[in-house]
Design a protein around this ligand. Structure first.
Ligand code: ATP
Ligand code: MG
Length: 759
């Protein structure tokens, strides 16, 4: 059922067709939004297979989200048949985890390694900071977490840092200590964090020539989408996989693999995670034989939408000017609206969606509402719930970050990996079993004195003999000091629980059954059920939802292991909770649901109708970007991404005042709005007189800054309300250190999919 190669270039424009059929040298496709880059990549993969230039197993395609990966595999399979299933199409992280699992010995890892998400790493760093006696107020664990992540994205090891750090600078000195301790602890726990996944794969390829050669032989074709958002580590990874000069494959008789990258420097929006436009801008220098293809026709949006987007991005300096055009006609003008407040803004958006439905037959599934930061979804959600507008929030309140879900996952992780210290410590006294701080400290002390994992300390306290293969017998464990008899008994019970759960797995029981047993036998569920706090009822529902996730996983992967399940949980990214293609955005409802998401999450997607809300200086661009040229440039690219998601109708709204933290601030119009050419925007409403008056009397300049609106607004999420209380709850100490972190945390969980259908 291999497709006719000619059919794969049908309907493509000449530049696209060249990109699909090009062969013999590295290929760079740079083009603006909606010009068919992702489509070309998909067709190119299908074409490689259809012409017999590659077998599916020889292809490695990297996409930005798991959803994009699934879509690409599906499309290729539709084009070339079931052989398409054998391709590797995945995110950087999923591909690297797969490589590390297959080659774990060469990588110096045990096959059962676990993957820590951002919250796990921060918790571990918090423990380390405490143990090293560093003042966590002056040097926050979050700051260390960020600095360490940056270092790993730059492939800087603790040893290298120790050589280059300034010993006179206290922060740097502490950073060296913390980074070293953190690396040791991860190794002891047989765990990797997100950044390690890439860094360790690079190290594997660079230090093990035979392994690198084997992967190069296997992946003759490497294709990367959204290349503008790769960081240095990912850049080196790609180079190593392809081989050739400057890599560990230099001098090998194996010719370099064929590399195709597609991207758009105007859509680079992850500089805060170490992404560098340099990778795309200097591609031609890195790969001198590269061919570059520009795509200039946009197939997504109307001319009015494109003009608006092009004008906004054209104000960024130092970019290659692009000449994006469309043949689809002007379309409706871009609609502008100035609301009195964020509530008024939400009401208007909701009414306009109703009007579009009534007058133009637009279905909710065709509509997306974007905002710069997660917190902004609240006002929208309130109105949608009240008016009975079905909606879903993508990203934001992440299902897997809820306390009860994290607890349950921690049980599974502890079952899966006995040396997983962080998760073991998380559940040691959850539910409360009389193993408080003192018992935990005694166990930790024991672990460090005997240089064993926390898990082994628990086993020691439970009196479980140590296996000693050298003496072909078992050794009595050393006594754990500082535990009361009662605590010792409790530890034994806790240990037996974990052992029995592992036994269940050994007997072939599924993840869902193990999960149920963990929650039952530990008394976790009983405690929640006995509570009369309504929040605990919600927690029970969430655990039920997790149970369904596990049984769905089992149904889809009959041979899947607990490790596979946990890996899935940690690697799923925000966009993945978008409905699958077969649901086609309906979310189970015939007319579908309106999608609410941050702009970061919307990358690569498209919708017939898009509302970009909060177009205010201080909201979008974000307050923390206002003083730095480079940050503002990134905000402008983010605005370009937002505007270019729209196919037919684009709405830009702002609120004249916005309240947060109990105070109300007057908000000036976003500078991006000022840039729009008047002829493409239809202002439905400008600022009202009352608001104008109000803005005169308040002004936001004075109360701006660190302690003011910017940080307060984020803090406000900790306040009352369903989102803060029920969804965000449980991890009060984990307020984000960077505004963007919050909008698009590293891909940790598939997030929450709430349905606002309360009427
Ligand atoms: P982004 O920069 O936002 O990721 P992109 O360059 O990857 O955008 P695609 O998502 O591949 O663009 O394409 C945008 C839209 O245009 C899609 O709906 C796609 O199916 C359509 N499209 C692309 N090329 C063509 C074509 N030659 N004929 C018809 N439709 C096309
Ligand atoms: Mg794309």
């Amino acid at each position: 059922t291999v497709a006719d190669p000619a059919s794969l270039v049908e309907g493509l424009n000449p530049a696209q067709a060249q990109a699909v059929t090009h062969s013999g040298s590295p290929l760079l496709i740079i083009a603006g939004a909606g010009s068919g880059k992702t489509r070309v990549l998909t067709h190119r993969v299908a074409h490689l297979i259809a012409t017999g230039r590659a077998r599916p197993g020889e292809i490695l395609a990297i996409t930005f989200t798991n959803k994009a990966a699934a879509e690409m595999r599906e499309r290729v399979t539709a084009l070339v048949g079931p052989a398409g299933e054998r391709m590797w199409v995945s995110t950087f992280h999923s591909a690297c985890v797969r490589i590390l699992r297959r080659s774990h010995e060469a990588a110096g890892l045990r096959s059962t390694f676990s993957v820590y998400d951002a919250a796990d790493s921060t918790r571990l760093i918090t423990l380390i900071v405490r143990e090293l006696g560093i003042d966590p107020k002056r040097f926050t664990p979050k700051t260390f977490a960020h600095r360490i992540s940056d270092l790993k994205n730059e492939l800087v090891t603790p040893e290298e840092l120790a050589r280059t750090a300034q010993p006179t600078n206290p922060m740097e000195r502490h950073l060296v200590e913390v980074y070293q301790a953190y690396a040791q602890r991860l190794a002891a726990a047989n765990a990797l964090d997100f950044d390690d996944i890439i860094m360790r794969t690079v190290a594997l390829l660079q230090t093990q020539p035979a392994v690198a050669e084997a992967y190069r032989r296997r992946f003759r074709h490497v294709l990367v989408d959204e290349y503008q958002d790769t960081n240095h580590a990912q850049y080196v990874l790609v180079r190593e996989l392809v081989g050739g000069p400057g890599t560990s494959g230099e001098g090998s008789p194996l010719p370099a693999g064929e590399l195709t990258v597609v991207g758009d420097s105007d859509q680079s929006i992850y500089a805060f995670r170490g992404a560098t436009i340099r990778n795309i801008e200097e591609f031609e220098q890195d790969y001198p034989s590269a061919r570059t293809i520009l795509l200039e026709q946009n197939y997504r949006s109307t001319q009015n939408i494109l003009t608006a987007a092009n004008t906004v991005i054209s104000r960024n300096s130092g970019r290659r000017p692009k000449n994006l055009w469309t043949s689809s006609g002007d379309g409706a003008p871009v609609t502008g609206y100035v609301a009195d407040s964020e509530h008024d803004e939400a009401r208007w958006v909701s009414q306009e969606i109703d009007r579009l439905a009534d007058e133009h037959g637009v279905r909710p599934a065709e509509v997306a509402v974007f905002y710069r930061t997660n917190a902004q979804s609240r006002a929208l959600e309130e109105v949608f719930v009240r008016s009975g507008q079905p909606y879903k929030v993508v990203g934001g309140t992440r299902f897997y970050e809820r306390r009860e879900v994290k607890d349950a996952i921690a049980y599974l992780r502890a079952v899966d990996n006995p040396d997983d210290d962080v998760n073991l410590r998380r559940i040691l006294n959850v539910p409360r079993r009389g193993l408080g701080d003192k018992a935990e400290a005694a166990l930790a002390e024991h672990a460090s004195r005997h240089a064993v994992s926390f898990g082994r300390a628990v086993a020691d306290a439970a009196g479980v003999p140590r296996e000693d293969p050298a003496r072909q017998g078992d050794d009595e464990p050393p006594v754990v000091e500082g535990l009361t008899t009662r605590a010792r008994n409790q530890v034994r019970g806790f240990h037996e629980l974990l052992v029995s759960l592992r036994q269940m797995l050994g007997e072939g029981q599924g993840v869902a059954e193990v999960l149920d047993s963990a929650l039952d036998a530990s008394g976790y569920l009983a405690e929640l059920r006995a509570s009369d706090d309504p929040q605990d009822a919600t927690r029970v529902e969430n655990l039920a939802e997790l149970h369904s996730v596990a049984s769905d996983f089992q149904a889809a992967n009959p041979t899947g292991t607990l490790a596979d399940f946990l890996e899935r949980v940690s690697l799923v990214s925000d966009s993945d909770q978008l409905p699958d293609a077969d649901e086609a955005g309906t979310g189970g409802l015939p007319e579908g649901q309106v999608t609410l998401m941050t702009v970061h999450t919307a990358k690569g997607l498209e919708f017939p109708v898009v509302f970009v809300t909060g177009m205010e200086d201080g909201t979008f661009p974000h307050v923390r970007s206002l003083s730095e040229e480079a940050d503002l440039a990134e905000e402008r690219r983010l605005a370009y991404v937002a505007l270019t998601r729209a196919r037919e109708r684009l709405y830009l709204t702002r609120a004249a005042v916005r309240s947060a933290w109990g105070t109300t601030q007057a908000m000036p119009a976003s500078r991006f709005l000022d840039d729009l050419p008047a002829e493409v925007v239809d202002w439905r409403r400008l600022a009202s007189d009352t608001v104008a008056l109000y803005s005169d009397s308040t002004g936001w300049g004075s109360s701006w800054g660190e302690g003011g609106y910017g940080s307060g607004r984020r803090g406000a999420r900790g306040g009352p309300g369903r989102r803060a209380g029920a969804d965000r709850g449980g991890e009060p100490g984990e307020s984000p250190a960077h505004p963007d972190e919050d909008d698009f945390a590293p891909p940790v969980g598939s997030g929450n999919r709430r349905t606002g259908r309360l009427g």
